[in-house]
Design a protein. Structure first.
Length: 159
């Protein structure tokens, strides 16, 4: 007898359905629903790969923008302070640490070391971006090299 509209196990279910559950599962896999499951299992890998690739490209572009911004700011400091100074190197380190990039693995080139008024100063930063996604890493490799370049002219600042 049902209690408050609920069925007991096996009540109202044909007897063949209870004993033939494995046959029911194999029938589903042979039906069009089974084809949909098979197609979905093939497509889900591509969807996951695309999703993780989009996330990884976003993180890569963030690090690229950080390097570009840092190169510009260090170039500006070098232009005002007449070349490569300790203040510029300290600021480079501060900016990289603030944005979560290890400054010890960033290669920085500032030339010339001493500049006079009107001299062009070049700042080049390069960095091997570590791929974070285990889904993308087999396709791209463990590191992706990125770099940033900035050029500015030394300025005369009266003191």
């Amino acid at each position: 007898m049902p209690l408050l509209g609920r069925r007991r196990v096996g009540e109202g279910t044909p007897a063949y359905a209870l004993r033939d559950r494995p046959a029911l599962c194999s029938r589903i896999l042979r039906d069009s629903e089974g084809q949909a499951v098979a197609k979905f299992s093939l497509v889900i890998f591509i969807l996951i790969l695309v999703l993780f690739s989009i996330l990884e490209v976003g993180l890569l572009l963030n690090d690229k923008m950080v390097l570009m911004s840092t190169a510009r700011e260090v170039a500006r400091i070098c232009a005002v302070e007449e070349g490569k100074t300790q203040n510029a190197l300290d600021r480079l380190r501060e900016l990289l640490i603030a944005d979560g990039i290890d400054p010890d693995i960033v290669t920085a080139s500032i030339r010339p070391t001493q500049a006079i008024y009107g001299t062009t100063i070049y700042v080049d930063l390069s960095y091997d971006y570590p791929v974070k996604s285990p889904v993308v890493r087999p396709l791209s490799g463990p590191y992706i090299p990125i770099s940033a370049h900035a050029a500015t002219r030394s300025e005369f600042v009266p003191r």
